[in-house]
Design a protein around this ligand. Structure first.
Ligand code: NDP
Ligand code: MG
Length: 391
């Protein structure tokens, strides 16, 4: 029987890699919904090619463009945030959550409510509302499978293991574009420089987050939320080759490492075929040719985001939603030239200091509405900090 699949964020880097895998076995899948935002041509072309029921753009103003691009194909068109959320209520067996940013949260929760298996690339969902995601999955008998490469690696290393025997989890980080830059040069880092990753080919936002280590900071929180492990047992290790994605340390001293090429089709394919393993079109590593792997302790002066992640986990409640929204706003500030590279972490720290003491806000019940409210206030606070700094 064909599996019904939907892809949220189909036009992005993860979405396109997912489509690449589905296209290799088109008879196995019945494509329900594809979503995108600005890239209407790609969205329409893929929706037609894969015979999707519906294609949705996040931008209301682009509905006519999408309709025109889909004309005569039989694929329905829709637009807007609500339409994306509604699309997640369409019955599907497997749903890829690969929208970038907090916008990915609501459709993911909706898909879980339908009992779908959610392949989760959108780490922001777990950072903003980890408990809500996991509880929703549990209540509705849905599964969440991690797609972030480190979390897929941990998940794979834990198969058949007892969490009680886990002493620590180590996630690796390439160190991003500025790993070896002199600290004093970081203030002059340009957008182009921050947007090029040494090993991975990803969307622009996560690439810049890799250079600042905000990506790793989010992944530490993601690890804490998804695997329900104490923050003190989570370590970050700089590994410039990006081939060991994570390691799990057990109480007998064993370390199980997951090794693979830096190609997201591995983690996506693992989630697509789970609980089976199937052939995937990724490079087979020749370890003798690679020769050696390097490891270093991350420097928290260079990457203050790692320290901030620990503060967020210690604070609990909806501090993660503050952290993510402040980070997204600061990243916009860097992309549009209002902030220098190291100022992103300063903005996030300022916003955390301002909002984390507000117990009424941060410790309110975690619902989608409350997370949205925290997100909104944190974005406003971050804008105010940026304006003050820029002025
Ligand atoms: P991209 O920027 O390449 O793609 C983002 C996708 O989201 C696109 O389809 C984009 O549409 C869509 N989108 C953008 N804004 C909105 C919005 N407001 N509402 C709805 N849709 C929107 O990102 P990536 O594929 O790199 O990353 C996607 C997610 O996966 C992120 O959460 C990221 O952290 C995570 N991830 C990515 C990895 C990677 O290798 N790329 C690795 C691990 C995790 P359009 O392009 O049409 O404008
Ligand atoms: Mg990752």
């Amino acid at each position: 029987m064909k599996r019904r699949v939907s892809i949220f964020g189909a036009t992005g880097s993860i979405g396109q890699n997912t489509i690449d895998l589905i296209r290799r076995a088109p008879d196995d899948y019945d494509v329900v919904a594809l979503t995108g935002a600005g890239n209407i041509a790609q969205l329409a072309a893929d929706a037609i090619d894969l015979g999707a029921d519906i294609a949705i753009t996040a931008h209301d103003a682009r509905l006519d463009d999408l309709r025109a691009a889909l004309q005569g194909s039989g694929v329905r068109a829709a637009a807007g945030t609500n339409a994306i959320r509604e699309a997640a209520t369409r019955p599907a067996d497997w749903v890829m959550s690969a929208i970038v940013g907090a916008a990915g949260l609501a459709p993911g929760v909706e898909a879980l409510k339908q009992g779908a298996t959610l392949a989760l690339a959108n780490k922001e969902s777990l950072v903003c509302a980890g408990r809500l995601m996991l509880e929703t999955a549990q209540t509705h008998g849905a599964a969440i499978l991690p797609v972030d490469s480190e979390h897929s690696a941990i998940f794979q290393a834990l198969i058949g293991e007892d969490m009680a025997a886990v002493e620590r989890i180590i996630i690796t980080a390439s160190g991003g574009a500025f790993r070896d830059w002199p600290l004093e040069k970081l203030a002059d880092a340009t957008l182009d420089q921050a947007s090029s990753h040494p090993n991975w080919d990803m969307g622009q936002r996560i690439t810049i987050d890799s250079a600042s280590m905000f990506n790793k900071a989010m992944e530490v929180i993601e690890t804490h939320e998804f695997f329900n492990i104490d923050p003190a047992r989570i370590e970050v290790l700089v590994h410039p080759q990006s081939m060991i994605h994570a390691l799990v340390g057990f109480n007998d001293g064993a370390l199980m490492a997951h090794v693979g090429p830096p190609d997201m089709r591995h983690a996506i394919g693992f989630a697509l075929h789970h609980p089976h393993r199937k052939h995937l079109p990724v490079e087979r590593l020749d370890l003798a040719k690679i020769g050696s792997f390097e490891f270093r302790t991350p420097d928290e002066i260079r990457w203050p985001a790692l320290r901030l992640a620990r503060e967020v986990m210690e604070r609990g409640g909806m501090a993660g939603a503050v952290f993510n929204a402040a980070k997204e706003t600061a990243l916009d500030g860097f992309i549009d030239g209002r902030l220098r590279f190291p100022q992103m972490a300063e903005v996030v720290e300022d916003v955390l200091t301002q909002l984390n003491s507000d117990t009424g806000l941060i410790d309110a019940t975690m619902t989608l509405d409350n997370v949205a409210q925290v997100d909104h206030l944190a974005r406003e606070a971050a804008q105010a900090v940026i304006t003050k700094r820029a002025g």
